[in-house]
Design a protein around this ligand. Structure first.
Ligand SMILES: [Zn+2]
Length: 235
């Protein structure tokens, strides 16, 4: 087994990881991410606000319909006034009218409240548009610098990865597949030596079972650590 080659490949994997980290923590990327996050947050806030506004408009529509219905009810009552024959009836009409008028007043109040809410939201909407615009400009401004850093790092990573391709040709597919599997699930480094003196995984320090340790002592021994999922090899 070409463990030497696999270890050289792993060393280059570390370089790729470091380059990714370098990109992620660069000032340009941080700036870009900060503005992008703010921009997305503002859009989300805007969506919520637009939901509230449409609810208010639905409310206005509902209240207006109620208002119109009450007005036509009042109209009907006035038409009936000509046919009042006694005081008792007049009293009844008056009470009914009073009820309708106070219902009308309640709706007017509600509409007024909605109007006040909408005025407040109008100011929020103006602030929203200003924010969206500001953050959009900030994202646009910070993009070229971030792209520049990205390109530089990608070029370096490409070099490292093409060196890895060359090494890969010299590695047995079985070993390479096992390495890839460990890389997916374990912390870096995925390939670690077996400590023969203590029978343990040198990745996490776990003392391996007799069975695994025996397999590792054989020529070309290669086993997964049940604790850290790293691939353990005999030195
Ligand atoms: Zn381990």
């Amino acid at each position: 087994m070409n463990i030497e080659g696999m270890l050289r490949y792993q060393k280059l994997d570390r370089e790729v990881n470091q380059l990714n980290e370098q990109f992620r923590t660069s000032e340009a990327t941080k700036q870009y991410n900060k503005y992008m996050k703010l921009y997305k947050q503002t859009i989300e806030d805007g969506k919520r606000m637009s939901g509230v506004i449409s609810e208010h408009f639905l409310n206005v529509e509902r209240l207006t319909k109620q208002y119109e219905k009450l007005l036509s009810d009042i109209d009907e009552y006035y038409k009936g006034v000509d046919e009042i024959n006694d005081l008792k009836q007049a009293d009844y009409y008056e009470k009914q009218l009073m009820k309708l008028y106070s219902a009308l007043e309640a709706i007017e109040k509600e509409l007024d409240n909605v109007r006040k809410e909408l005025i407040k939201l109008d100011a929020d909407a103006k602030a929203f548009f200003a924010n969206v615009n500001n953050y959009f400009v900030a994202v646009k401004r910070s993009t070229p610098e971030m792209e520049k850093v990205k390109l530089e790092i990608q070029l370096k990573a490409k070099e490292v990865m093409s060196a890895q391709k060359e090494i890969e040709k010299t590695i047995e597919p079985e070993l390479f597949e096992k390495y890839k599997k460990a890389k997916e699930v374990a912390k870096f480094p995925p390939l670690v030596p077996f400590d023969e003196a203590t029978n343990s995984c040198m990745g996490c320090g776990l003392e391996l079972s007799k069975d695994i340790a025996a397999k590792l002592r054989q020529e070309g021994g290669l086993e997964f650590c049940p604790n850290c999922n790293r691939l353990v090899y005999k030195q």
